[in-house]
Design a binder for this molecule. Structure first.
Ligand SMILES: [Zn+2]
Ligand SMILES: [Zn+2]
Ligand SMILES: [Zn+2]
Length: 413
């Protein structure tokens, strides 16, 4: 285990108050003798049956014993983000005196004359949208970043007041001309057009030598701050690698250097063997509630093949991603019979011009809802001042999402 000691990196030691009690993934969670806390980071066997797209063939290993295993407060290590999350499953029985809401009614109109994303409408910046029939992208009229090379920032009066000029390109991509649709209610063929557009946008933006990262993300629902229900996403490409992908780059690089393997390939194999956090999978993607989930119904969508970015996808993988997005968002909507809000985005290889063999393509879904269409989780108090915390376990969230149908509760006519 000498090699394992070396992975006791500084951050883990620091987080444990400098006590070298932890060996990655094994005793890090519980220095107790409870064998039920063991996290098999080193998977011993592949799940052959998991090649079958039917999730029933996965070893679920879920039941009363699994529930009991995680009923005590504990904290879990996020090996991708290098951070802890506290899990307090015993709190789910506490009385609730907060807001209780009604199921949201999905919007009905296919065209909204006031919508700046609908075909043919004028945008606030004065441009007119074409009468598009599939996808449509444009540079954001109120972009957070501008592409022009910025003037150099003056040297700060103190190193404690450091700043740096930044530039970027912020685009908007409309998924569909129909104002009333969401990904969940689009067809697989329509979503495939969006996947193709994402790949093309990524390729074009990454080709600019000063762009170092392309972040595609969708804010869905007013609860997530989406100002417009029209189905669309944003594509912010930046002249620097933002913090989240930078942290994941470091973690993936470290794992590759230490083990010779990809972190997320190893993680995917571990999760598929365990089965208890897997929601569903198709031939190309696996959807699961990650071990380290912070949001109640957080999901990680992992490509089965080791690849870094959308342009590397085969045609089958593009359709596989469309299928996975359709099924995941439908299950989400069915969970509380509402148009489920979330922030979803892809993490891909930085476009820094270097090879990034450590990078494994994935999507994160961060949905805020906790127990109904309107009762959400808040990241406040201890979470702002201490660390993230959740009540329901990742295993029980996965069980709930596995039980959801893949036929939408509100069929499209
Ligand atoms: Zn619209
Ligand atoms: Zn990989
Ligand atoms: Zn990520």
């Amino acid at each position: 285990m000498a090699g394992a000691e070396s992975i006791l990196n500084k951050s883990i030691l620091a987080r444990n108050g400098g006590l070298p009690r932890s060996v990655y993934g094994r005793t890090i969670l519980a220095p107790s003798t409870n064998a039920g806390w063991f996290f098999p980071i080193q998977n011993t066997g592949r799940c052959d049956a998991a090649k079958d797209p039917s999730v029933q063939h996965l070893r679920m290993g879920f039941g009363e014993s699994m529930e009991k295993k995680w009923q005590n407060p504990h904290r879990r290590w996020n090996s991708l983000r290098q951070a802890w999350v506290m899990v307090s499953p015993h709190r789910t029985q506490r009385p609730w005196l907060g807001e209780v809401g009604q199921t949201a009614v999905p919007p009905g109109a296919a065209y909204d004359p006031e919508c700046y994303l609908c075909p043919g409408n004028k945008r606030a910046g004065g441009d007119q949208n074409p009468a598009y029939e599939s996808v449509f992208s444009f540079v954001n009229d109120y972009a957070a970043l501008l592409p022009e090379a910025p003037p150099t920032v003056e040297a700060p009066a103190s190193p404690l007041l450091a700043a740096e000029a930044v530039r970027g390109i912020c685009k908007v991509l409309c998924f569909h001309p129909d104002h009333s649709l969401t990904v969940a209610r689009m067809t697989r063929e329509e979503i495939r057009c969006v996947v193709d557009a994402w790949a093309q946008e990524h390729q074009e933006l990454a080709a600019l030598d000063w762009i170092q990262y392309v972040q595609i993300f969708e804010n869905r629902g007013a609860m997530m701050g989406a100002s417009n229900p029209h189905p669309h996403c944003q594509i912010w490409s930046t002249g620097f690698v933002p913090d989240e992908p930078a942290a994941e780059t470091a973690a993936q690089k470290e794992h590759l250097a230490r083990t010779g393997h990809c972190l997320l390939c190893d993680y995917l194999e571990t999760e598929r063997a365990a089965g208890e956090r897997v929601i569903f999978e198709n031939e190309y993607f696996t959807a699961l509630v990650p071990w380290w989930a912070v949001w109640p119904f957080e999901v990680l969508l992992l490509s089965r093949r080791h690849m870094g970015a959308l342009p590397e996808f085969t045609s089958g993988e593009r359709s596989g991603l469309a299928d996975a997005l359709k099924r995941m968002t439908t299950r989400y909507d069915n969970l509380f019979a509402t148009s489920f809000p979330y922030t979803m985005g892809f993490h891909q290889t930085p476009t820094t011009g270097e090879a990034h063999p450590e990078w494994h393509f994935h999507a994160h879904f961060y949905p805020p809802l906790l127990r109904s269409a309107t009762v959400r989780k808040y990241m406040v108090g201890f979470e702002m001042l201490g660390m993230p915390q959740r009540d329901i376990t990742a295993e029980s969230a996965a069980e709930r999402l596995r039980a959801c149908a893949e036929e939408h509760f509100w069929p499209r006519l």
